[in-house]
Write a protein that binds this ligand. Structure first.
Ligand SMILES: NC(=O)c1ccc[n+]([C@@H]2O[C@H](COP(=O)([O-])OP(=O)(O)OC[C@H]3O[C@@H](n4cnc5c(N)ncnc54)[C@H](O)[C@@H]3O)[C@@H](O)[C@H]2O)c1
Length: 377
């Protein structure tokens, strides 16, 4: 195993994957009025190869950064010795195949969310994880965004006291996405594609989930694009320790009033409450005396997170998780969320899908047992 630094990353899927390429290979734009410095977001990771079936996407990336090895043949990228980590940004239904091929080639893997979107793929990944010493990080970008990192640090420092309830949503108008990525309408399910964000953060805070109860419906926008899955989801969760969580998704909404953000996590602790927002990069919380504090990091951090680009791109989050994963590999430890955590989140999403389909509450541990090929208790 190499210990070179920076570790080499090979990216497959050059739409969202191009964000990672730019995030780690281009220097951070300086804040307004400050001189340019050649500082990189992820000093321990550098993109060295990239792959896409779409020749136009390859030539656009090449025009911007010709220093990489580019190919349309994934196996050619996997054969390269300078690729230590494969970062996967292909459509949801292809993730499992691309992960398994990377493991077989001896590579570590970053896989964007959702890790997988079928039980059969979750079972294949579980079986592969028994056979490989390669590491995997699920690219759950929300965990690595500034306001959510601030919220987590305050929670871990005990500022909220014992957490009693968590409430998360991801809501986003998706007509542009169906036009750009038609597979979103017919080859995945919003329970995985969109709800993976709020469900992941609920699992992050509440730990193992015992049971879910969910309902789904279809928006007018989803119907107009002939979307196969429900695109409006309301989910209640009960953790194994009895705490409650709630997740909401809506992918056909009109527009949001500016007070609300596409992604929000509200934490209710015994000694305080807090709210993290994406993409306005706000972190709001109550102090022990009840006064409210508000940190708005957008102007200070938009160069790092948005590359001074469109409000809402993922440069900072993707670089943060690439750096965390590269450091974990170099230091021989696990990074989070790893493959086991990703499969636990998949089990909750699968329970949500089954609950919506059946109209019944669904227990999560038997789904985890199915993934592992064990007899359910
Ligand atoms: N916040 C986030 O972390 C975030 C945001 C957006 C999308 N995503 C995820 O990223 C993934 C990709 O989404 P997207 O919006 O970029 O989709 P997209 O459809 O725009 O791009 C997918 C790319 O993969 C390429 N591709 C498909 N099969 C391939 C193969 N076999 N070999 C090489 N290239 C192949 C396509 O040509 C295309 O360029 C999805 O799983 C999505 O859920 C994550």
């Amino acid at each position: 195993m190499t210990t070179r630094t920076p570790l080499g990353i090979g990216i497959i899927g050059l739409q969202e994957g191009r964000t990672l390429l730019k995030a780690i290979n281009q220097p951070i734009p300086p804040p307004v009025g400050q001189p340019e410095t050649l500082t990189y977001r992820a000093p321990h990771a550098r993109a060295v190869a990239a792959c896409d079936l779409n020749a136009e996407r390859v030539s656009e990336a090449y025009a911007e950064d010709p220093s990489l090895f580019y190919t349309s043949d994934y196996s050619a990228m996997l054969r390269r010795d300078d690729v230590d980590i494969v970062a996967i940004y292909t459509p949801d239904a292809l993730h499992a195949d691309h992960i398994l091929q990377a493991f077989e080639a001896g590579k570590h893997v970053i896989c964007t969310k959702p890790l997988v979107n079928t039980l059969a793929d979750a079972q294949r990944l579980w079986a592969a994880s028994r056979q490989t010493d390669r590491k995997l990080l699920v690219g759950q970008s929300v965990r690595f965004f500034e306001s959510f990192r601030r919220q987590r640090a305050a929670y871990e420092a005990g500022e909220l006291g014992a957490l009693e309830l968590a409430d998360a949503h991801y809501i986003h108008r998706m007509d542009w996405y169906y036009r750009k990525s038609p597979w979103a309408a017919d080859a995945t399910d919003w329970v995985f594609l969109g709800m993976s964000h709020p469900i992941d953060v609920l699992c992050w805070y509440l730990g193992p989930i015992a049971e879910v109860s969910a309902f789904g419906s279809r928006s007018a926008l989803a119907q107009s694009f002939h979307v196969r899955s429900h695109d409006i989801c309301a989910v209640n969760l009960r953790a194994v320790d009895g705490r409650l969580g709630r997740a909401l998704g809506h992918y056909g909404l009109h527009e949001l009033p500016s007070a609300r953000n596409a992604l929000e996590l509200m934490l209710y602790g015994a000694d305080g409450t807090s709210l993290a927002q994406y993409h306005d990069m706000r972190y709001l919380y109550t102090r022990p005396d009840g006064t409210e504090a508000r940190e708005d990091m957008l102007y200070a951090r938009r160069g790092y997170y948005f590359n001074n680009d469109t409000h809402g791109m993922h440069y900072g989050e993707f670089a943060n998780y690439a750096e965390a994963f590269a450091c974990a590999i170099l230091e021989g430890r696990e990074a989070s969320p790893n493959l086991a955590e990703g499969l636990a989140v998949f089990a909750v999403m699968e329970a949500v899908r089954r609950s919506i389909a059946s109209g019944q509450p669904i227990a999560v541990p038997p789904i985890l047992a199915e993934i592992r090929g064990e007899q359910a208790q």
